[in-house]
Write a protein that binds this ligand. Structure first.
Ligand code: GLC
Length: 568
């Protein structure tokens, strides 16, 4: 039995053990001096990423795009936007990432194109254009067709149907009006997109993050969405203003589509490739994307339920139990706290304990069972830059620009759903130079740099051995070399056996016939806590606090918000 387990360990695919770092290309590093990040800039900073200790880099889109949604509106799927570089730069990027023994993941926006894509321009040109059916077109409601075909709403609750006067029909756009949805019920569209995926795989791409995958297929009968009891959307459902999304979100055909995509990437082995879906849904729905009865769908899905989970023992206890219920081995959950759409996680905390709490979340993310994703700048504690709506560039925020100031400010405060996503996308803070070392010229960068860059930057973080950055670095290293942490089982400690504010779990793996046991204790409280050490012969592998000495033969003593990892 032990032997078999050991054998299984050798077959664990790399993507199950990996750690992901998300780069938003526009904001990472500008090499040309135009205030916009680019591929050459990224290449020049790969040693930094490698040194941090992450293993896979996911890039938000850098394909050709009018940039109305900063790359999530693609006008040519097989080209690099000149703002970011050339195809040669891309090939160089792949080589440089691989030379450093890291993996590269691209963002795939399958649901929609830009309205500037040639396909849509053709599709819109006449009802009998061969590309007409590549998008979702419908007649309006009778008697004169001037009302939308049904009650479907787009993501921001406006009508998702847009009227085209020339051809007197409506096209469907789940996200913003300039992002028309492709029609995957047309086999040509599907074939074309699958070939596009193969194009990038042949170039050496190791995986894809799949943008709003749950909205690719909608109800073929275009039935009205029914009423719902929900007013605000949540992580597990986008129902909003008492309207359900039954026929537009997570329509069952999307689960099948996930399997078809999996087949395409599985054509490429050595190394195997992987897919990670961006989907809002219940854990049951998310699991269905990975394959209901066997893991033959997406390899991974983001589980956004982790983002807003408060630092409360019971809440994380429940969350992990749920993750383990829906994603037991051979499935695997994912852990994410920040990305380019939401409030930077650290800005949810009061400034007083922000760094300590961030360290604690980072240790949790790197030691629980699952694949973690770190958003650029999260590792140095970059804060949300609360930029006013009037100056925003994010197309999602356009809607709020006309509101009175008072309401705008209120919305900025209460919303962590990213109503102005500029705030989490400001340039990476490298050092104390003008432009925070982001751009070689002292110019206005595409988004303003957070004025706190003089204290919060990479250079300072690397020098200070007790920084958040060094904490990430230590735990990433530890995770990489410790099988129990990167691919072991998890068992939650009984809440009654440890102090109320302490969260604990063990991770275990069999290596060469021996069991490796690792104990994780996280102090979620702001007070020093001492309790009986149940594994007296254990030793400390790492702590969030470098000066801390939490162990003696009898007891464990945790500093406020300290997290430790022990091994027996
Ligand atoms: C996803 C992306 C977001 C983008 C949207 C439309 O949610 O994360 O940034 O605006 O899809 O493509």
């Amino acid at each position: 039995m032990v032997e078999k387990k050991n054998q299984d360990r050798k077959n664990i695919p790399w993507w199950k053990k990996t750690t992901i770092y998300q780069i938003y290309p526009r904001s990472f590093k500008d090499s040309t001096g135009n205030g916009i990040g680019d591929l050459r800039g990224i290449i020049s900073k790969l040693d930094y990423v490698k040194d941090l200790g992450v293993e896979t880099i996911w890039f938000s889109p850098f394909y050709s795009s009018p940039q109305a949604d900063f790359g999530y509106d693609i006008s040519d799927y097989q080209n690099i936007d000149p703002e970011y570089g050339t195809m040669d730069d891309f090939d160089d990027l792949v080589k440089n990432v691989h030379d450093r023994k890291m993996k590269i993941v691209l963002d795939l926006v399958l649901n929609h194109t830009s309205d500037q894509h040639n396909w849509f321009i053709e599709s819109k040109s006449s009802r009998d254009n061969p590309k007409r059916d590549w998008y979702v077109w419908k007649d309006g409601k009778k008697p004169n067709g001037k009302a939308p075909p049904n009650n479907w709403k787009a993501v921001l609750t406006d009508c998702g149907w847009h009227y085209d006067t020339k051809t007197d029909q409506w096209y469907w756009a789940y996200f913003l009006p300039f992002q028309p949805d492709l029609n995957y019920r047309n086999p040509e569209v599907k074939m074309h997109m699958m070939d596009m995926i193969r194009f990038w795989l042949r170039k050496g791409v190791d995986g894809f993050r799949l943008d709003i995958l749950g909205t690719v297929y909608e109800d073929p009968e275009f039935r009205n969405n029914p009423l719902s009891w929900k007013f605000f959307p949540t992580d597990d459902s986008m129902d909003v203003f008492f309207r359900s999304k039954k026929y537009t979100d997570n329509y069952p055909d999307n689960f099948e589509f996930a399997k078809e995509l999996r087949k395409v990437i599985d054509e490429f082995q050595n190394p195997p490739r992987f897919l990670i879906g961006e989907i809002s849904g219940t854990l049951e729905e998310l699991r269905n994307y990975c394959g209901k009865d066997s893991p033959d769908g997406l390899n991974l899905v983001f589980i956004f339920q982790s983002m807003r989970t408060k630092l409360k023992v019971k809440k994380f206890h429940r969350l992990i139990q749920e993750f383990e219920t829906y994603f037991p081995d051979p499935y695997i959950p994912t852990w994410v706290f920040s990305n380019h759409d939401f409030l930077r996680h650290i800005s949810r905390f009061k400034e007083k304990n922000a760094i300590e709490k961030s360290k604690l979340y980072s240790v949790l993310q790197l030691t629980v069972r699952g694949v973690p994703t770190i958003y650029y700048g999260e590792e140095i504690g970059m804060r949300q830059h609360f930029l006013p709506f009037e100056e925003s560039l994010d197309s999602v925020s356009l809607k709020f620009k006309k509101l009175p100031h008072l309401i705008q400010n209120f919305l900025l405060k209460i919303s962590d759903y990213g109503l102005n996503r500029d705030g989490c996308r400001t340039p990476m803070q490298w050092n104390m130079d003008e432009t925070a070392g982001f751009s070689p010229n002292p110019i206005d960068t595409w988004l303003p740099i957070n004025p706190n860059y003089k204290s919060i930057n990479v250079e300072n973080s690397i020098e200070d051995k007790d920084s958040l950055f060094c904490c990430y670095q230590r735990f990433l290293k530890l995770r990489k070399k410790t099988p129990a942490l990167n691919s072991g089982n998890i068992t939650l400690m009984n809440l009654k056996t440890i102090p109320k504010k302490v969260f604990g779990y063990t991770r275990s793996a069999i290596i060469d016939g021996n069991e490796q046991m690792v104990y994780v204790y996280l102090n979620f409280g702001n007070k020093i806590t001492t309790f009986h050490n149940p594994v007296p012969n254990s030793h400390l592998l790492s702590s969030t606090t470098i000066s801390s000495q939490p162990l003696n033969s009898q007891n464990i003593t945790l500093q406020p918000f300290e997290g430790i990892v022990l091994e027996k």
